[in-house]
Design a protein. Structure first.
Length: 226
């Protein structure tokens, strides 16, 4: 069988094209030029994490700067001075407002001013407001407790009752049976014998002592420093 030259030429050309295509396919497969990324499954996809803005980090928990603390302290001092100035007003209502304002800023200075007002102001309503304002101090000084005990003998029953409420709150924040607690109960027990105490206040005080004192607490206590 005789193959003509044109046909032989076409066969050789076709073989060359096939060989070239095979070589190209082998090259791109090995080199990864057309390698496609395997899509992630629903379970393997990582969530997109977007960091919060830098200016929002720490909001709500940021510690105040020294300048801010100094400014706040300065503001409180100014308010205490402003409120204390109203205690010199001849109008009792104005003085009551100043006393109530001081209770919003429970500082050592405002506490001392309230103690002085409780013992010295000539208006019973102002003294009553002072006793009430002293009840906001969570850790009152000894002067405050002494002033409240003395106020249990005030001429006004309203002042006596407000002082008793404040002292009851102080006792309620103490641990039952501790020396400070027993000492305060002893002082209250002594005050219950005071002749100047109004009958209604005395009954409230005796009921409080009966409810609060531990069974080991004896009524024979006379005086005990707070």
């Amino acid at each position: 069988m005789t193959i003509r030259k044109p046909v032989l030429f076409l066969l050789l050309l076709l073989s060359s094209v096939i060989a070239a295509n095979f070589a190209y396919y082998w090259f791109v497969t090995k080199s990864g030029v057309y390698e496609q990324e395997t899509p992630l499954s629903a379970d393997s996809k990582k969530p997109l994490v977007v960091p919060p803005p830098m200016d929002s980090l720490g909001q709500g928990t940021r510690m105040p700067t020294p300048e801010e603390l100094e400014g706040e302290a300065r503001y409180i001092d100014q308010q205490v001075v402003k409120a204390s100035e109203s205690l010199n007003d001849p109008n009792p209502a104005k003085r009551v407002g100043g006393v109530e304002q001081l209770s919003a800023f429970p500082t050592p200075d405002s506490e001392q001013i309230l103690v002085n007002t409780l013992g010295l102001d000539f208006d019973a309503e102002v003294r009553r407001a002072a006793a009430q304002s002293l009840s906001v101090f969570k850790q009152p000084s000894q002067k405050t407790v002494t002033a409240l005990l003395t106020a249990l003998q005030d001429d006004s029953e309203a002042v006596q009752r407000e002082a008793l409420n404040a002292l009851a709150g102080i006792a309620g924040r103490m641990e039952n049976g501790t020396p400070p607690f027993n000492s305060l109960l002893a002082n209250l027990s002594n005050q219950a014998r005071a002749k100047r105490m109004k009958a209604g206040v005395r009954q409230s005080l005796l009921a409080f002592l009966k409810d609060q004192q531990p069974s080991s607490f004896s009524s024979h206590y006379t005086t005990a420093p707070y």
